[in-house]
Design a protein around this ligand. Sequence first.
Ligand code: SF4
Length: 330
Amino acid sequence: MSLILRKPDFYDSFRCIASRCTDTCCVGWEIDIDDASQKAYRKVAGAFGDKLRQNIEDGHFKLLPHDRCPFLDKQNLCEIYTHLGAGALCEICREHPRFVEVYGDIMERGLGLCCEEASRLLLEGKGPLAFTSEECDEPEDEMDEDDREVRDEVMFAREQIFKALADTSIPFKERLHQAFGYTGDKPLAPFESASAMVEFLAQLESYGADWDAALARIKAKVYAAQEAGRLDKDSTILEDQGFFSETESARLLAYLVYRHYSKCLFEGREQGKLMFALFFWNLARFFTRELAGNAAADAQSIKIGAIKILSKQLEYAEEIMEIVEISLDG
Ligand code: SF4
């Protein structure tokens, strides 16, 4: 049986920009090596084969100081790629930043927003986020009839959210209300105050230095405002200063719903997964505003930087997603 493969409109345009990237995917993560790659690495001959084997421990690459992959060279190029070719990359490195979810006979692919090029493609897309569907030959996951019905209901509900976000005939605020029941009067919800939200973020295990630095600046700002008595009404702290256009906001929100909402079929927390999109979007605006005050970069790069930091911190650790979704699952 073949699958229906769904992809967001920018998926096929993605190409890793490699040395032009201001980031690298090879720092800050523990990279698990799939069994087939480990087997292949055991057979690589010569000095490079020895280096490969010496740098693998418990199924992942032993990280160097600052969590660098041991195969990342001084030019931030991958030595496995340069010595052995693209085909020798382990599955994570080959696939990253792509993700895939399978719901019975529906497969959904996407690109993680931890990648600056993926974020750029998402934000720069023209008009509302759209999806393509095509048949593909991969095997489907088993799903009984009852589960298929629930899946179809969840996907239908998601479709209504996409439609509401894409409906440019109504004001943007109304679109948010239709999609999420969001009125904008409590931009920090479910948090009572900016300091409560910052404290919540601070208790999450940090993914690394960029997050720590951004959060420290925001924390300082929130506490300074609090001391100056400017924080009694928190609504101003998240004022949208127009960094994100309505199209960008709608595309980001729809994409976050696409990536997370349907996973409630496996993990529950339906409301938390829906609200995660709003939470992330509000934080992206907040972080962009704060980072913009500290950087000489252009507005687009700052927005992408904020999305990237948030994605790395929030979307890539199951435990963190669970904590955040539970807190949003009102
Ligand atoms: S962040 Fe994206 S563009 Fe940059 S190196 Fe990684 S995959 Fe390539």
